[in-house]
Design a protein around this ligand. Structure first.
Ligand code: IPE
Ligand code: IPE
Ligand code: MG
Length: 227
């Protein structure tokens, strides 16, 4: 889920950008509940990219505070509902207290399995690939041992299936460095709706549309083979 359009949602209402981020966070709660209800097993939310550091300091600080607040406010309930939290990206650059909170949340929910909620925070797909290459070299892996399956195991998402569907709100037709390795064959769904307004109905529409797609993976359509 590329949660985009918080800033424009706020601007449209004459509010500061951070008010848009707060509204977006409120919406996240709805979408997590809907995911459980729809039977989604893995949900990865793009909350802060490696490029988002280039925003004004006030906004970056605000986004960090929001993540901390969300963990404080929502963790117990998410845990009760059987949600397992994971993180992809780099924690190192975050404040030590925030790092501890994220790690605590991961630890607390590690045995839950109803929904795996993967939080991409300080995440970038290119950064992930660079890190994987560095670790592959450090581990002394030989060139002919490098296969797609091995690379998968060196990604932050090791052990998580590739995304079937990538949803982007706010109408932008790009993936902005999100899961660029794992999303090679993901279906894309772009809606003009801004993230704070992306509700259960809109989410459901995306899933219905996904159900109509013909995923060919480079082959010919299965219906062409039936003649
Ligand atoms: C998405 O909303 C949230 C983050 C990137 C953190 P934006 O802040 O990008 O909102 P727009 O794209 O400016 O409307
Ligand atoms: C993508 O949104 C990142 C997140 C949703 C966290 P951006 O708003 O940062 O993407 P660009 O700049 O429009 O590509
Ligand atoms: Mg944006």
């Amino acid at each position: 889920m590329i949660m985009d359009g918080n800033g424009r949602w706020a601007a449209k209402r004459g509010l500061p950008r951070l008010a848009g981020h707060r509204a977006g966070t409120e919406n996240l709660r709805r979408i997590i509940r809907a995911s459980v209800e729809f039977g989604v097993k893995y949900l990865t939310i793009y909350a802060f990219s490696t490029e988002n550091w280039h925003r004004p300091k006030e906004e970056v600080d605000g986004l960090m505070n929001i993540l901390e607040d969300v963990i404080d406010r929502e963790l117990d309930e998410l845990n009760r509902e059987g949600v397992q939290l994971r993180h992809i990206g780099h924690l190192e650059r975050l404040a030590p207290t925030l790092q501890e909170k994220v790690q605590y949340a991961i630890e607390l929910t590690r045995n839950n399995s109803r929904l795996i909620l993967n939080i991409a925070f300080n995440y970038g797909g290119r950064d992930e690939i660079v890190c994987a290459i560095q670790r592959i070299l450090r581990d002394g892996i030989q060139p002919d041992e490098v296969t797609p399956e091995l690379v998968d195991r060196y990604m932050f998402t090791a052990g998580t299936p590739d995304p079937d569907l990538i949803i982007r709100t706010s109408g932008e037709m790009r993936v902005s460095n999100f899961l660029i390795w794992q999303g090679a064959y993901a279906e894309l769904f772009v809606t003009p709706v801004y993230w704070p307004d992306f509700d259960r109905e809109e989410y459901f529409k995306a899933l219905v549309e996904y159900g109509r797609r013909d995923r060919r993976y480079g082959r010919v359509s299965s219906s062409d083979l039936c003649e």
